[in-house]
Design a protein. Structure first.
Length: 288
């Protein structure tokens, strides 16, 4: 496909919107990418080659999909908005390696859809459900080697944040437990139609073969993390004690923190991933 005929050319997207009489649905977080350079950066960050099977979440009209189809072996594109499906059939008609699926990614059995292939997941994510999508991909151990996504800049900063910083929280810890995040590009609002109100960024997450820390009970560790960041100004003791899913007293937390050589009144935002894993192991052992 000639570059000037692709939807990443703003004129082609504007013409397509008119031709199909398409109206943007705010509830689906629709902001289409109209910048070749940004798309090139996404493809490069995801290291897409003809050997790859790609899962695209939310293809929209196909702006990114056309480039993925040119570079990958196979592309599965899952789009929630049924009005976009006939449009995608036309904008992707010159490619025979794209499978368009009408559905909600949060309700899609990805392994079944893609036949268990090891995936590279790529998306310009709908911002209203960025975190649920990322968490569901990570927690369900989707068969992927990397996830490369456009997200709000502020969310990208939270994903890559270090302990003790203002952006550090449950999302940073989950992303860093399962993956190695890398901020590939900052993207201004004028690269989209319509323009979002916020800055965006491309983040690539390489999924670890093995998490960087070992923990006896992964679920307990993530419950402790959620409890610790539920109310930021609370001490770890109070956060954990008040968390409905956990039956752990303040004294048990204090004792575990003493065992670890930490201040009893420490807040969760000061603990590294390794320290959360250690805390989970100490509490796990003490409960036996
Ligand atoms: N990939 C296109 C592009 O870059 O131009 C569109 C990106 S737009 C930010 C997000 C897309 O995700 C929209 O097409 C929207 O309809 C779709 N979407 C929103 N929620 C979804 C969901 N739960 N499952 C699948 N697609 C979804």
């Amino acid at each position: 496909m000639k570059k000037e005929e692709m939807l990443s050319n703003p004129r082609v997207t504007i013409d397509a919107i008119k031709k199909y009489d398409f109206t943007f649905q705010k509830k689906f977080g629709q902001n289409f990418l109209i910048d070749d350079h940004v798309i090139d950066k996404i493809i490069a960050a995801a290291e897409i080659t003809k050997d790859d099977t790609v899962l695209e979440i939310g293809p929209g009209m196909g702006n990114l999909t056309q480039h993925l189809a040119e570079n990958a072996g196979k592309v599965y594109a899952v789009e929630i908005d049924k009005k976009l499906i006939p449009i995608l059939s036309e904008t992707l008609s010159s490619f025979d390696n794209v499978e368009i699926v009408n559905g909600d990614i949060l309700k899609t059995d990805i392994a079944e859809l893609t036949g268990g292939a090891r995936l590279k997941i790529v998306a310009n994510l709908p911002y209203y459900i960025t975190t649920p999508i990322i968490m569901s991909l990570l927690e369900n151990h989707v068969p992927a080697e990397s996830i490369t996504v456009m997200v709000q800049k502020e969310v990208a900063d939270r994903m890559a944040a270090s302990p003790g910083t203002k952006d550090y929280g449950a999302l940073s810890l989950a992303v860093q437990y399962y993956t190695e995040p890398y901020l590939a590009a900052n993207v201004p609002p004028n690269c989209f139609i319509p323009r979002p109100n916020v800055g965006s960024a491309v983040i690539r997450m390489k999924i670890h073969d093995k998490p960087p820390v070992e923990v006896k009970d992964e679920k307990l560790m993530f419950s402790l993390i959620k409890a610790s960041f539920g109310e930021r100004r609370k001490t770890l003791q109070n956060g954990i004690n008040n968390f409905p899913d956990l039956d752990i007293s303040k004294e048990e937390v204090a004792e575990a923190l003493r065992t670890m050589g930490l201040d009893e009144l420490i807040r969760g935002e000061k603990l590294s991933l390794a320290q959360f894993a250690e805390l989970a192991d100490v509490l796990y052992d003490n409960s036996k």
